[in-house]
Design a protein around this ligand. Structure first.
Ligand code: SF4
Length: 256
């Protein structure tokens, strides 16, 4: 896959309405080593986002919000993970009226994007459900307007191969937050209740790195599932536990 970069970047995928960054800029993101480089990359690649982030210290000082928008556009998912309750909320489009639950439209998304931009917010996360399962995913990204936000997509990795990763990069997605819930296939697949999920997640990690997408791993930790020794010997050097999600488990993330 690594040797096919130049060929793929010369062949824009159909249906891509977002003006992609030049090839050398895309490739440049694979060599980012520190925060300064990341800022310079952002300044060149998404200047509007850079300007908003530059204003963050002043906004904080003024008591204004710099919130990250965590947008659950739809709850559709192909997995049934042990800890998840998302299936209780999912309503197919055809059942909207009967259920009394209206789903988001693209006009809603455009309005949300506009209002967030006017508030000076710069970080937008598409979550779910499994966002990459959505047929209208590209339309959703376009409605958000990736030129205005540092755009992250959550994913369980099942639908994320190299070709898709390159496409995500081209339509303006900057980072993938990928779920990884075990350092063995057995642990991950059991928790995700999906045989093959670990192999797909590993494929997704390789795909993101080779396509130049930023990547962060997200691990749900339950009291009964903390294997400190395993984490210590997995080669990780910066595991952190930044926030409590529910009383029984926490979100553990690591950027790659
Ligand atoms: S992949 Fe995510 S949304 Fe889907 S069941 Fe698992 S935790 Fe829930």
């Amino acid at each position: 896959m690594a040797n096919s970069h130049s060929k793929i970047f010369q062949t824009p995928l159909e249906g891509n309405k977002f003006d992609p960054a030049p090839e050398d800029m895309i490739m440049q993101t694979t060599t980012i080593k520190d925060e300064k480089d990341r800022q310079n990359w952002l300044k060149n690649y998404k200047p509007a986002v850079y300007e908003k982030m530059k204003a963050y210290p002043e906004k904080i000082a003024n008591g204004e919000s710099i919130a990250i928008i965590q947008f659950q556009y739809d709850y559709l998912c192909n997995m049934d993970c042990e800890h998840c309750c998302i299936d209780k909320f999912y309503v197919p489009r055809a059942w909207e009226e009967a259920s009394g639950r209206r789903k988001f439209t693209m006009d809603d998304v455009r309005r949300l994007s506009k209002e967030a931009d006017e508030m000076g917010l710069a970080n937008f996360v598409i979550t779910g459900g499994e966002p990459l399962l959505l047929r209208e995913y590209d339309e959703l990204v376009e409605a958000i307007d990736p030129s205005k936000f540092y755009l992250v997509t959550d994913s369980n990795g099942w639908f994320l191969d190299y070709k898709r990763a390159v496409h995500l990069k081209k339509i303006g997605v900057d980072k993938v937050q990928l779920s990884l819930d075990g350092i063995t296939a057995e642990a991950h697949d059991t928790f995700r209740r999906k045989p093959g999920a670990y192999d797909r997640a590993m494929r997704a990690i390789d795909a993101c790195k080779e396509a130049g997408l930023h990547l962060i791993l997200s691990t749900v930790i339950w009291k009964d599932r903390i294997y400190i020794e395993s984490i210590q010997t997995s080669g990780s050097n910066s595991w952190t536990l930044p926030r409590r999600r529910k009383s029984a488990h926490m979100l553990c993330t690591r950027s790659l």
